[in-house]
Write a protein that binds this ligand. Structure first.
Ligand SMILES: [Zn+2]
Length: 681
């Protein structure tokens, strides 16, 4: 039997073959299409039982099958699987596009919303129906035919322009190379970066070293190269990529204006005054004005600290490095020198204290203690020997959820860390289905018989992903569309994950999860104190930089006129005048490589990073007030935030937990910008 069509239990990874993909997708998509036509037909009543639930069942089956394919494609990649994935992806995408445009479904959701039955649904069910209606509207379902055609044309055009934006950037990045032949020019650059540069040159049959604008090559040069001219050359190439200073066919200038114009037109077609308003509609933030106030408020508070950071750096560069003027290409270099001078410890030193076994059991113990749970190894078919499987049970031994963990990088596995859902909690025909999640990281595997050692950054990443995992696994919602992370506003979804990171900075949590790789000694308090003080190194400068990007993005999609006299660069300059402490040279073309906004999903959404950080820091501050291991506070966090998932607005959940609306104070304090004593004036 095709394991992709076996929905009885946990996925049978060991029986999977790429050949199974096409037949499974074909039969599920065909089945689902037939079902959609059936439930959209006039004879079917617009009720949860007859109309919504059959769709949920059908889409869940397709998601489970396709989710297994997608998961294996990212963790066990092979040419055959990649081919099967790419060949079948368009079929799945096409099916979901049809759903989102299905007028019959839209009408029936509207009928359900208007019926007396709607009020008798649970809160989670009502929220799911409201979300469906909203998404239909934002997808243009209410437009008259000719406007709908225009809407679809804009969407199509925008996706082409975004693809071209990132292609141009990639081509421009790839086209640059600097070949060094004089070793003296490369002083300061670390050995591993030099080795990679030499291999890159040798691969082309050239002598010397090849440097590119890709991060692993570019960053070490900027951070460590003592040769200022080399840094300046690399910097200039990097910040002018895909601009009018390079090949005309890779110039993103026109694309930027066109994208902003089309987004504005799209938003106006749907009745929004600006693209920012359209973008915020499904998000937690209420209006562009509210986001601007939020960003400006943070900027006002952070700027004095950023000025202090910059002054300190410039003074250090002048006195210790002999630089009279700190240029843009000196910043990473001088900062690294200052960091080393100030905090005499290395990541390598810290890493010796974090062996895998201690870290994992320490993290599980924390969660067990906070929420009164039991996490234990369990049995399940896996896709690789390194994968482990765990179950979570409550005080009464009742199964709450299960999860897979895969920690190490492998050649057939995609980079980065993520949490993905395998099964979502739901109640179906009186039966409860418990959730299952994947936690995936890319840490270094153990060498020989020594355990794997993690840097503090990696430990933090693990906690972050487990935070997403708990959001998914500890949900108490029984409706597919709003259980766990489903239906949670995009700018609030990082709350539970960033929240967990805080525990990595608590002595009472951290100390018990350490044991030196050779001596077994716990992390010395003194080293921990050094880590703590290094945590907020240049946090002021980093914060205003993020705010500069977020404000630029928001203004661009809110009150900027792409047909007016002011250029995009003028707008960026104005933002910098207000919030920045570092002013790059006039040739800097940052917008031309701002992929998040012009080629990714962050248009009028870049603020989300800071927004979610405020929520997580402020939520955590209640634990700081009541004791970070306080069970009552944890129970409330579970009840009001983790448990509620997307079944109500994130703001309601936050207020229910915190007793008030979010404040920025905790984030500022965690970033070392709390005012009071020691605050710069
Ligand atoms: Zn995350």
């Amino acid at each position: 039997m095709n394991p992709l069509l076996d929905f009885a239990g946990l996925p049978r990874f060991s029986d999977f073959k790429p050949d199974f993909v096409a037949p499974a997708v074909d039969s599920l998509v065909a089945e689902n299409r037939a079902l959609i036509e059936r439930v959209a037909a006039p004879a079917v009543a617009p009720t949860w039982h007859d109309f919504v639930q059959p769709q949920e069942d059908a889409n869940e089956r397709l998601n489970r099958a396709w989710g297994m394919v997608g998961h294996l494609n990212s963790v066990m990649n092979s040419p055959e699987l990649r081919e099967a994935y790419n060949a079948n992806l368009p079929k799945v995408t096409q099916y979901y596009t049809e759903l989102s445009q299905h007028q019959g479904l839209f009408e029936k959701f509207k009928a359900l919303r208007a019926s007396a039955k709607f009020e008798r649904l649970t809160g989670a069910q009502r929220k799911m129906v409201e979300n469906e209606l909203r998404d239909f509207r934002l997808g243009g379902a209410e437009l008259p035919p000719e406007e709908k055609a225009r809407y679809m044309a804009i969407r199509e055009k925008l996706s082409q322009l975004s693809a071209r934006f990132s292609d141009n950037l990639l081509d421009a990045t790839n086209a640059y190379a600097y070949y060094a032949t004089d070793a003296g020019e490369l002083a300061g650059i670390p050995q591993d970066a030099l080795l990679a540069a030499r291999e890159a040159a040798a691969a082309e049959g050239r002598p010397g070293w090849k440097f590119t604008l890709h991060a692993p090559s570019y960053l070490p040069v900027m951070q460590y190269a003592e040769n200022r001219a080399l840094r300046e050359r690399s910097y200039r190439a990097f910040v002018t990529r895909a601009s009018e200073f390079g090949k005309p066919e890779w110039d993103n200038s026109q694309l930027i204006t066109e994208i902003v114009k089309l987004r504005q037109e799209l938003a106006r077609l749907l009745g929004f005054a600006s693209y920012a308003e359209y973008s915020l509609e499904p998000k937690m933030a209420e209006s562009p004005r509210q986001v601007l106030d939020f960003l400006n408020q943070l900027a006002t508070r952070a700027k004095p600290y950023a000025e202090r950071d910059f002054k300190e750096l410039a003074g250090f560069a002048r006195d210790e490095l002999g630089m009279d003027r700190l240029e843009a290409w000196d910043l990473p270099y001088a900062s690294e020198k200052l960091r080393v001078a100030r905090y005499a410890f290395s990541d390598q030193e810290v890493k010796q204290y974090f062996p895998e076994t201690k870290v994992i059991s320490g993290m599980f113990r924390l969660v067990e203690r906070l929420y009164g749970l039991k996490i234990e190894p369990a049995q399940a078919p896996v896709w690789h020997n390194d994968v482990r499987f765990f179950s979570i049970r409550d005080r009464n031994g009742q199964l709450v959820g299960e999860f897979y963990v895969e920690l190490y990088a492998r050649p057939s596995k995609r980079g980065g860390a993520c949490m993905d859902d395998r099964l979502t909690r739901r109640c179906k025909d009186g039966q409860l289905q418990t959730p299952v999640a994947y936690l995936n990281c890319n840490f270094s595997a153990p060498i020989g018989d020594k355990p794997a050692l993690f840097t503090h950054d990696e430990v933090t990443t693990l906690f972050h992903e487990f935070g997403h995992g708990l959001h998914h696994l500890l949900t108490r919602v029984d409706v597919l569309g709003t259980a766990g992370i489903n239906g949670v506003e995009w700018d609030a979804v990082e709350l539970p994950s960033q929240f967990m990171e805080n525990f990595c900075w608590e002595w009472e949590v951290l100390a018990p999860m350490t044991a030196h790789a050779s001596t077994g000694a716990p992390l010395p308090r003194e080293l921990f104190e050094k880590m703590l003080s290094a945590k907020n190194f240049q946090s002021g400068m980093q914060m205003v930089r993020q705010l500069e990007f977020a404000l630029f993005d928001l203004h661009l999609h809110y009150d900027y006129d792409p047909a007016g006299m002011r250029s995009v660069l003028d707008l960026l300059d104005e933002v910098r005048e207000r919030v920045a402490v570092v002013f790059p040279p006039a040739y800097n073309r940052f917008p031309h490589n701002f992929s998040h906004v012009f080629a990714g999903g962050y248009a009028a959404g870049y603020y989300s990073y800071k927004w979610a950080e405020v929520l997580s820091a402020d939520a955590y501050s209640l634990f700081e007030e009541n004791g970070v291991l306080d069970r009552t506070t944890a129970a409330r966090f579970w009840d009001e935030i983790l448990g509620m998932g997307g079944s109500r607005p994130a703001l309601e959940s936050f207020v229910a937990f915190r007793g008030r609306e979010p404040k920025i104070d905790a984030l500022l304090r965690h970033s070392g910008m709390s005012g009071g004593a020691g605050a710069p004036v």
